[in-house]
Design a protein around this ligand. Structure first.
Ligand code: 13P
Ligand code: SF4
Length: 319
């Protein structure tokens, strides 16, 4: 705790000294989320992280999350320096969608509007007509469907299937998945519901369909946090990364949150559902974030220019 306090104080001073702001995702370590809040930064979902970074006047953005979030920040603010605690924090969706294979897939289906999830590389975004996050995926696909457009969706097959089912759009899916959400099991959620019959079930749409079907609310991280505040239930079963409990508990000190069980876990599980890449963001690598030379985000300017178009479309779609 002493070292923790020392690190926090040092990071606060460094942010000021470097005219930098900390932008953190809801899945990061609670210590990092708290620090972002204490220092005038932001803790949010991936859409709001992008918006906040673009609109903030700081010269340097410290993005605590995974690599695509840092890349998105850099594409939207090429004039800013974007640093991350580690560039090794990636995402299984990003890894499962190599740009060359994706471009070939798009070439085979020229009649489709290309909609990609934000959890992708800059090169994949550069090939897209639209970038979406889970908080606006439904609205964007619904909008395109109403215009009679057919969709090519990548990379998350579960979110894609959910969007397809909700909107009735013609959606061709890439075969990708999030290794964290894919582990949630319907049986585990059903067992937990027997233990806590009054609990509402909150599910991130990267989860498999059988789990989504058990949900009272399906939504992005920010939408699930909102649901935890607005639903009258006192207890919740939550199928998403457990980092989200920091904010849920902070906003609802009297409510009780249970993590949905994953494969192999018992009815209750404290260590499951923790994204290994999000967990790489720790105070230890945040404290020397300005000193190292291996943690700055660079995006090829030509790619960035192309990726900016669908990203800006996303920001403009819902102000
Ligand atoms: P949100 O856009 O809902 O914050 O999700 C990002 C993410 O990586 C989910 O796994
Ligand atoms: Fe990617 Fe899943 Fe981790 Fe989110 S939780 S960053 S989708 S691997």
């Amino acid at each position: 705790p002493e070292q923790e306090a020392d690190y926090k104080a040092r990071i606060k001073g460094l942010l000021k000294q470097h005219n930098a702001v900390l932008v953190a995702h809801y899945y990061t370590d609670p210590l990092i989320q708290a620090l972002a809040e204490d220092t005038g930064g932001c803790v949010s979902d991936s859409l709001e992280m992008a918006r906040f970074g673009k609109n903030h006047p700081a010269e340097t953005l410290i993005v605590a999350g995974v690599k695509f979030m840092g890349e998105t920040a850099k594409i939207l603010s090429p004039e800013k320096r974007v640093l991350m605690p580690t560039l090794e924090a990636t995402c299984s969706l990003d890894l499962g969608c190599p740009a060359d294979e994706f471009a070939a897939f798009c070439d085979q289906h020229p009649d489709r509007e290309v909609v990609v999830y934000a959890n992708t590389s800059a090169a994949v975004k550069a090939r897209a007509d639209w970038v979406v996050t889970s908080s606006i995926a439904l609205d964007v696909v619904d909008y395109l469907d109403r215009q009679g457009k057919k969709i090519l969706w990548a990379p998350d097959k579960h979110l894609g299937a959910y969007v397809q089912q909700k909107t009735g759009a013609d959606v061709l899916l890439w075969d990708g998945a999030c290794i964290v959400h894919e582990e949630f099991k319907a049986k585990g959620v059903e067992d937990l519901k027997l233990l806590y019959p009054g609990a509402a079930v909150l599910v991130h749409p990267e989860s498999p369909r059988a789990v989504v079907e058990l949900a009272d609310v399906v939504g992005s991280t920010s939408q699930l946090i909102k649901a935890a505040q607005t639903l009258p239930n006192r207890e919740f079963i939550v199928a998403t990364d457990q980092g989200i409990f920091y904010k849920m508990q902070q906003l609802n000190p009297d409510k009780v949150f249970h993590i949905a069980p994953t494969a192999g876990s018992g009815a209750t599980c404290r260590s499951c559902a923790n994204c290994p890449w999000m967990a790489m963001n720790v105070l230890d690598n945040l404290v020397d974030v300005f000193e190292r030379t291996d943690n700055e985000i660079f995006v090829d300017p030509h790619l960035a220019q192309r990726a900016m178009v669908p990203l800006q479309r996303m920001l403009d779609f819902k102000k």
